[in-house]
Design a binder for this molecule. Sequence first.
Ligand code: GDP
Length: 465
Amino acid sequence: MMQEETIAAVSTPRGKGGVALLRISGQDAVRICGRVFRPKSGKKLEEQPVRTAVFGTIGMPEPDGGFTPVDEGLATVFCAPASFTGEDTVELCCHGGILVTETVLAAVLSAGARPAEAGEFTKRAFLNGKLGLSAAEALADLLEAQTREQLALAHHGMQGTTGEKCNAIYERLRHLLASVYVRIDYPDEDLAELSEKELEQGFSECARSLRELVATYRTGHAVAEGIRTVLCGKPNVGKSSLYNRLVGRDAAIVTEMEGTTRDVLCETATLGRVTLRLFDTAGLRATDDAVEKIGVLRAREAIEGAELILAVFDGSAMPTEEDAALIRELQAQTAPVIAVVNKSDLAERKGSFPYYQSIFEHTVSCSAKDGTGIGSLAALTEQMFLDGKLDFREDAILTNARQYAAAQRALEQTERAVRALHEGLPVDLCCRDAEEAMQSLSELDGRGVSEELVSEIFSHFCVGK
Ligand code: GDP
């Protein structure tokens, strides 16, 4: 499916560099580039071998048929469907100056292309069936990757493993449904049909595969999106110091004065193999200061929405009533809590560590000042959030909330189908649930999603991608 309009954009970042790359895609890509690019061989661009870089002059086509040279560079032609977008595509390489790149783009636009929207090349690749939606999302993650794990996960996701896994379950469901429909449509024929027991077994296996897939999101989320992590504790225990150590710079103000952090700060931090969306909060304490009061309220709200709570205590001092109050408050939370017993570098550190260890399931001794114990905190967090059995280079792993929601829906619908069969309800009733599960699966990898959602997803890409 070739889109009517030919689009063009600079695919390399704006700035001064050795070379810049422009991408032109659509049914007129070769003809348009033929007007701005003249191969040194004297032949036309259309006559050049495809997938081969050709050296030539890039210039501005003039209304009178003239040609004003702008730069020299390379052009590579890719013919549909053997290109990234699945359409005829030309990649033009010019020198990487800001003005030269802009002028080459202007030349391409004046020759008949229109500027590409954000993510439009990838959107076209998706619409032309060159990659599934989860693979396209992995490509976006690859561009954003900040850690080795995010890179490995994104690179693997681009291979389409999640789509393949969904397809396999989808096909299995389709096969099971077909056997039921054959029986309903041709009741008198002697067709090979599955017994209800076999059907139930088949749907149960699909549910098991979906359960495994859904479970991978815990790991995918911890690596790709980041665990929503809240640092809390009474004032002066070292929350901001720990925040700064984890984010790797002095983002929060550290003083000996209580009540310095008044608002909730948030940054992304890498802890071992996991990513944290880390929130530093105001110290939890009773206060008469109006601004600090709001800070404490916001801290409590952040704790409510947390996926991991790092409760910081001062290991160099004995626990106080304020610590005890925090412990009581934390016991009512559903999110897992790690007690981080800080200031281990101070001589008195042995003091309160055993006390916290006897209360919390997870306790780590550390020093935000010199970094001792951060490795243990990382190991513990990995153990809590990563499934060690998952191989980032082999397994289908869900990496975002959209994929997870679709997989979870498909799982619930398949489980409903199993239950319906188990309870002896009419077979065609369970088929409705299975059909819905197929719809959810096709949404997961993009076939069944609305145009609006597709546009929304691709709008988060950059222009030129
Ligand atoms: P917050 O109020 O809980 O955010 O605590 P801060 O991070 O502002 O730290 C309060 C005081 O404790 C500051 O003087 C820090 O330098 C000090 N502090 C924080 N962490 C450590 C640590 O691990 N060891 C020592 N010796 N001092 C620390």
